[in-house]
Design a protein around this ligand. Structure first.
Ligand SMILES: Nc1nc2c(c(=O)[nH]1)N[C@@H](CN(C=O)c1ccc(C(=O)N[C@@H](CCC(=O)O)C(=O)O)cc1)CN2
Ligand SMILES: [Mg+2]
Length: 307
């Protein structure tokens, strides 16, 4: 029996997403250096529409991280009243721009814009978010694909924590295209038995209590407490929820996950914190995808030139 499976009740190991993200970024920086020796610098187009404060923070961090690993970033910021046609025209230009290896459209978009229309307009080879249906389909079929950044980051954390995942029962709570569904595909690829639990599932807590690996991605602060968890489970908390609090008469906001950490950490073997868990991995994996996209586009262009 491994340490992670033992029924002891010592405090849960904290899975350090920040430290793991630094390792991913160091690998990406090395890959960027190698590509530079072939005369190629990856370029990431970052598109932000509107003034959502959280999106502004994420975009700023993406641009900063791109810079630290040697990826050129090109920012495209617009007021919230940008029309869908204008956004699609920009995507069309970026698709055809040889300096751009990856296109990232920060979500959510303003309500008047159809997110799917925008995502599907990005050429799959530059879809560094891995949201295009061609990448999503390729992922489910085990074909080469750009993989959504958050699930990719979760898998890296899981492999570093547990090693081989074969035979483990993994439960994913949440069925979004961005996290839940690709997460299920990746866990399946890693030989887990996978269950997807969602808002219409019956006996959700009972199913979750069977999970060796729990991935919580519901967007509901602290919803998953110890009564949903199996002793010794490894828990990945994808939730990033800002809650309002009044403390000593002072009003403030606090970032919490979907897991109630105070109750969970006495029971489980390992747990990602919020902040400092999955979030930094999302950005590091975006850099990884941008490197992969640049390398693939370069190799494709080189083999076409040879033909
Ligand atoms: N086009 C995309 N849009 C969105 C994605 C995405 O992957 N692609 N995911 C989320 C937001 N997101 C990235 O864009 C993201 C969220 C959180 C973090 C992060 O580092 N969080 C920190 C806390 C930061 C804070 O104080 O707010 C942490 O958890 O430690 C990074 C990226 C939705 N949109
Ligand atoms: Mg919309």
């Amino acid at each position: 029996m491994s340490t992670l499976e033992s029924p002891q009740r010592s405090p849960a190991r904290r899975i350090d997403g920040k430290a793991c993200a630094e390792r991913v970024l160091a690998e990406v920086a090395e890959g960027v250096r190698q590509l530079a020796s072939e005369g190629v610098t990856p370029g990431l187009a970052v598109v932000l529409v509107g003034e959502d404060p959280a999106s502004q923070v994420y975009v700023r961090n993406k641009v900063r991280q791109a810079h630290t690993v040697g990826i050129r970033s090109l920012e495209h910021r617009f007021d919230a009243d940008l029309s869908q046609a204008e956004l699609l025209a920009l995507i069309d230009r970026l698709n055809r721009d040889p300096e751009v290896s990856g296109i990232l459209v920060q979500l959510p978009l303003p309500a008047h814009i159809d997110e799917q229309a925008v995502i599907q307009a990005i050429v799959p080879a530059k879809d560094v978010d891995g949201f295009h249906c061609e990448n999503a389909g390729a992922l489910w079929q085990g074909l080469p694909a750009l993989i959504p950044c958050t699930p990719m980051g979760c898998m890296r954390l899981l492999h570093e924590t547990c090693g081989d995942l074969t035979g483990k029962h993994a439960v994913v709570v949440g069925r979004s295209n961005i996290v839940g569904k690709p997460m299920a595909a990746l866990l399946l690829q890693a030989n887990c038995t996978v269950t997807l639990v969602h808002s219409r599932s019956r006996d959700a807590a009972a199913i979750c209590r069977q999970a060796d690996i729990m991935v919580a991605a519901v967007g509901r602060p602290g919803m998953i407490d110890a009564t949903w968890l199996k002793p010794g489970a490894v828990v990945i908390d994808v939730g990033i929820n800002r809650i309002e609090e009044t403390h000593d008469g002072e009003h403030r906001t606090r970032l919490v996950g979907d897991v109630d950490h105070a109750s969970a950490e006495r029971l489980v073997a390992a747990l990602t914190p919020v902040p400092g868990g999955v979030g930094p991995m999302t950005i590091a994996c975006l850099m990884h995808n941008t490197l992969i996209a640049a390398r693939t586009l370069h190799r494709r262009a080189a083999s076409l030139a040879m033909a």
